[in-house]
Design a protein around this ligand. Structure first.
Ligand code: SAH
Ligand code: MG
Length: 223
């Protein structure tokens, strides 16, 4: 791991906003995500993209890293929630239901959260289904953070849709990687194994968060 990756830490007010935000990421994983985001942004100068905005907890860190490195964070979500966040399921939060339409809507909480953190200017929210947006995308990315749907269909769709846009030496971060099925679903783990099989190099392991680096183009000068 490079010194840069180890040394980049979020400012105290960014960390406080992250800890106060609604969401699923523990602090140690957040620190690893932030360090990866700063390194990717500095190394490539390219935008950082997240799949799975939810209420903006991890997006706070990507936006702060983008601000730090002079780029922008992009975050993709249809804001209707994953399977396990629907009414009756384990991760349902009834305060996130839009009473008028009767569906989950995490976009208002996300917007308030990023506004309160003073990071609104450093993040662009892309509202829609991940594969549909990926199919329209045509720009290189410095980091792809896969934290969307946990079925094989969604996790594989996120990998296949976005990884082709990841620049050489860019970082792929996968959340909720559980090698033991007793700890959680296996779709993100299968995405992680596929990335390793396709030539990604492991940079760090923190809880269920894996940071992987795409190989440099052979013969090309290092950035
Ligand atoms: N990164 C967040 C947690 C994301 S939860 C945090 O740190 O708190 C997963 C999110 O992925 C949910 O908000 C859900 O709506 C979204 N999602 C699931 N499948 C999706 C898809 N195919 N396209 C876009 N968003 C999706
Ligand atoms: Mg997650």
């Amino acid at each position: 791991m490079s010194d840069l990756l180890e040394s980049a830490r979020p400012a105290p007010e960014v960390l406080a906003a992250f800890e106060a935000a609604t969401g699923f990421m523990p602090v140690d994983e957040g620190l690893a995500l932030y360090a990866a985001a700063v390194e990717a942004a500095r190394r490539t100068g390219l935008p950082l993209l997240e799949i799975g905005t939810y209420c903006g907890r991890s997006a706070i860190l990507l936006a702060a890293a983008a601000r730090e490195a002079g780029t922008v964070a992009l975050t993709v979500d249809h804001h209707r929630g994953s399977e396990e966040q629907q009414p009756g399921w384990e991760y349902h939060d009834p305060t996130l239901v839009d009473r008028e339409v009767g569906l989950m809507d995490t976009l208002p909480r996300f917007r308030r959260t990023l506004h309160a953190a003073g990071l609104e200017e450093h993040v662009v929210a892309l509202v829609g289904r991940s594969p549909r947006i990926a199919a329209l995308w045509g720009r290189p990315l410095g980091l792809v953070f896969v934290d969307g749907g946990h079925t094989d269909e969604h996790a594989t769709g996120d990998y296949e849709g976005w990884v082709p846009h990841l620049a050489p030496e860019g970082l792929l971060v996968v959340h909720d990687v559980f090698p033991d099925p007793a700890d959680g679903g296996q779709a993100p783990y299968r995405v992680y194994l596929r990335a390793l099989a396709e030539g990604f190099e492991e940079v760090s392991v923190t809880g269920s968060l894996r940071v992987l680096r795409r190989a440099a183009v052979p013969g090309a000068p290092r950035a």
